[in-house]
Ligand binder design. Structure first.
Ligand code: FVH
Length: 292
């Protein structure tokens, strides 16, 4: 069994991501114990020097730091609930994707079992793990993050967000909102241009330029949101709503899906009806912050 020294680490879950995580720890020279429900997935890692634990209990006992990366939180809880280990002195870092409520509930469970707990979110694909490109977010007690940071650094660009265990998951889904919104806008524009014979590859560099330009507006717009004041420095929401109407009309005219711009226009119209037409676009934060 792996010697339980300060730099040893256990990885529970050897799917695509878990294998990449364990591989990065091995490459950085950390004694690494692994466990997976389907043991065959450990073969390559064992050939690279990992120790395969025969049971979850043995895997938990092997290292002071346990990295968990399974399909989802119910799988994590099912696995950990079945273990009878004394987890005092053990830090669990759960890098499984989920939502903030699941992260907080798992933190409470871990604390009741005497374990230290950090939640995490991986914003990278498996081949990027172990490189600076891999962004890995953590939240929970800062002292626990600081204590294990030297080991976590083997995984990529790691960062700490705050004491609330739910923060890493919240940032994760906020990042997904960004990613899909940008991609959906590009797909919408591409669908329109294709009706005029312009292919996706021709539009892509123009679209990238627009996305980069819009990204530059974010710090100034963020200031407005944090101040709660939206003076129309460059445009009003009413002006933007007219442009949204053009987008809807053009989409309908060329025969592409107009649902997305209709949804955004409906939000702008509600905001204008509430008296915000002369303010600047980020005033829509009120609409985005209202459950519907
Ligand atoms: N792969 C990616 O690009 C993304 C990038 C962003 C973050 N995600 C999240 O990482 C978690 C794991 O994802 P994955 O890609 O490794 O997923 P799989 O290859 O499907 O492996 C799943 C592992 O979970 C094990 N497992 C599932 N259910 C159970 C259970 N009830 N008890 C024990 N283990 C369980 C599964 O075991 P096996 O099927 O091999 O026996 C795999 O080890 C995920 O949250 C992503 O959202 C990855």
């Amino acid at each position: 069994m792996t010697q339980k020294n300060e730099t040893s680490v256990t990885v529970l879950g050897l799917g695509r991501m878990g294998q990449a995580l364990a591989g990065a720890f091995l490459k950085a020279g950390h004694p690494t114990t692994v466990w997976n429900r389907t043991a065959a997935k450990a073969e390559r890692l064992v050939s690279e020097g990992a120790r395969l634990a025969p049971t979850v209990g043995a895997a938990l006992a092997a290292s002071p730091l346990i990295i968990i990366c399974l399909t989802d939180y119910p799988a994590v809880r099912e696995l950990l609930d079945a273990s009878e280990n004394d987890l005092a002195g053990t830090t669990l870092i759960n890098l499984t994707s989920g939502d903030s409520a699941q992260a907080r509930a798992t933190a409470r469970w871990a604390e009741q079992r005497g374990a230290r707990y950090l939640d995490g979110a991986i914003m990278a694909i498996p081949p990027a793990i172990g490189t600076a490109e891999a962004v890995i977010l953590h939240s929970g007690p800062e002292a626990d993050f600081a204590a294990h940071r030297p080991i976590l650094d083997a995984l990529g660009t790691v960062s700490y967000l705050g004491a609330d265990h739910g923060l890493a998951s919240l940032y994760d889904v906020a990042g997904l909102a960004m990613m899909w919104s940008v991609l959906n806008a590009w797909l919408h524009g591409t669908a329109m241009l294709r009706t005029a014979g312009v292919d996706a590859a021709t539009f892509a560099p123009f679209a990238a330029q627009i996305a980069a330009g819009v990204a530059e507006w974010l710090p100034g717009y963020a200031e407005q949101i944090d101040r709660g004041s939206f003076p129309a420095e460059v445009s009003t929401l009413e002006t933007d709503a007219r442009a949204m109407a053009h987008l809807i009309e053009e989409s309908e005219a060329v025969g592409v899906n107009a649902e997305l711009p209709r949804l955004i226009k409906a939000m702008a119209d509600r905001s204008i009806a509430a008296g915000h037409g002369a303010e600047q676009y980020p005033v829509l934060i009120e609409e985005f912050g209202t459950p519907r």
